[in-house]
Design a protein around this ligand. Structure first.
Ligand SMILES: [Cu+2]
Length: 240
């Protein structure tokens, strides 16, 4: 092999190696949601209408999920997502399935995002009758009885639809919120109040944070390739 050709081949190989080892990194937004203001007194749920539900909690007090806080008023169940600014294209198909379980006659998770076309598995390990009622508008409304022997059903939502309620017609305290998303850029805060949305292409985005009782708020962010920015959200009780 001629030395010139050899040098060319070595250079090309090094270049290829660099490209493989140094892929284009997506941008990330992350942050914290907190609750500000006076803490309302939440009334514990009464599950005595169904002794099976009650028995799952072994006498422990169960609070409603309308306001779930961490030790320092970190706010859980805030759904953070990219509201606008994404390129108009189809995003990669969702990986795996989403599981909603009915545990101690409460939905877990309480607030969630799923992708259009993604399989949603709804479980009933409670050993009692639940009725899964999705009050969706863009997707067909559904109402499915889950007697104790019916421990699993699956649903797929074809239409993008923001936050519709899921409720149980047997146990009026049961409720969850589902958002059907056409893109993967969303996250729900836990009791640490934290969220993270990764792998975003560079761009300017409108980011919305939604809470079932305290409404939605938006912030605009511009992200360069590979950049990480922090966006925090403070929520307080609506004035009326
Ligand atoms: Cu139920």
């Amino acid at each position: 092999m001629k030395p010139k050709k050899q040098i060319f081949m070595v250079t090309t190989s090094i270049l290829a190696l660099v490209l493989v080892a140094w892929p284009v990194h997506g941008a990330t937004i992350k942050g914290l949601s907190k609750y500000e203001g006076e803490l309302p007194k939440l009334k514990p749920l009464t599950m005595s209408a169904d002794p099976i539900c009650e028995s799952h909690h072994h006498g422990k007090e169960v609070l409603p999920e309308v306001l779930v806080l961490g030790a320092n008023q970190e706010l859980a169940n805030v759904f953070v997502y990219v509201k606008s600014g994404l390129p108009a294209k189809d995003f990669p198909a969702p990986q795996g399935e989403v599981v909603i379980t009915q545990e101690g006659c409460q939905y877990k998770p309480h607030v969630l995002g799923v992708r259009t076309g993604q399989t949603v598995k709804i479980l009933n390990p409670d050993g009692t009758l639940h009725n899964v009622h999705g009050v969706s508008k863009k997707n067909p409304e559904f109402n499915l009885a889950m007697p104790k022997f019916r421990t699993e059903i699956t649903k797929v939502f074809d239409q993008e639809e923001f936050m519709f309620p899921l409720k149980c017609d047997v146990h009026p305290w049961m409720g969850a919120w589902i958002s059907v998303m056409k893109h993967p850029y969303f996250a729900t805060t836990g009791t640490d109040g934290l969220y993270q949305i990764a792998d975003l292409p560079a761009g300017t985005y409108e980011i919305e944070a939604w809470h079932e009782r305290m409404g939605a708020q938006t912030q605009t962010v511009t992200l360069a390739e590979g950049e990480t920015k922090e966006i925090n959200f403070n929520f307080s009780k609506p004035s009326k």
